[in-house]
Write a protein of this length. Structure first.
Length: 220
């Protein structure tokens, strides 16, 4: 025979009290997801600002990249139950991916944003442009000269002379990457070559070499 539970005798009315309901602990806030979302929104804002002032375009890439990493880590933490806010983390992933795509579009297809591209250097100079570019080469033994931007160049020959060879261009907006390369026309002859890029009379790049000289400058 099973003896009666002594707790029933001690309890009023012979009924055991119901244990109190325990509220499960609240999950920790998803800090990484929140920060990722903020960085993603900031990257989108930077990409949009680049459509107005191209100088802000370089900010969008790192913001989107760091934000995407944090958002992914935040999503993983929420999935494993280590943090809450899974919806925020997933939203942050989506926002940062969009920001990265906008940044890529801005770089690869700047005309979509209405910004100036690297090819907006005008050769010969266009009247009314804000900035004038002077490409200068000195080559006593002559040289083949390529000048312009990284994706839009002209090729000319600099005669063997101690006088300077000049190429001219102009631009108004954007951040064109100017490029000037001069290499010797006769590889069997030692030829000291120098190159210089000037924007509005100010030197932005210069170099020299025995067979080739290369100058590049990111201006805007």
């Amino acid at each position: 025979m099973i003896p009666p539970d002594p707790r029933l005798a001690a309890a009023p009315g012979g009924v055991l009290p119901t244990p109190p309901n325990r509220t499960p602990p609240k999950p920790k806030p998803n800090v990484l997801g929140i920060v990722g979302l903020v960085l993603g929104l900031a990257a989108i804002a930077a990409a949009i600002a680049a459509a107005i002032a191209a100088d802000y375009g370089f900010v969008a890439w790192p913001l989107a990249g760091v934000g995407l990493v944090l958002a992914i880590v935040g999503t993983v933490q929420a999935t494993r139950g280590k943090a809450g806010g899974r919806g925020i983390a997933v939203t942050a992933v989506i926002v940062t991916v969009i920001a990265a795509l906008l940044s890529a579009t801005m770089v690869l297809f700047p005309s979509v944003f209405g910004t100036s591209s690297a090819g907006d250097l005008h050769i010969p100079p266009t009247p009314g442009d804000e900035h004038n570019v002077d490409f200068v080469v000195t080559s006593a033994g002559g040289a083949t000269v390529r000048y312009g931007t990284l994706n839009d160049q002209r090729t000319e020959s600099a005669p063997a002379s101690t006088d300077q060879w000049h190429g001219h261009g102009s631009f108004s907006g954007g951040t064109p990457i100017l490029s000037l390369t001069a290499d010797t026309a006769n590889a069997s002859v030692v030829n000291q070559i120098s190159c210089t890029i000037l924007v509005d009379g100010k030197t932005v790049a210069d170099s020299s070499g025995s067979t080739i000289a290369l100058c590049t400058a990111n201006v805007g």
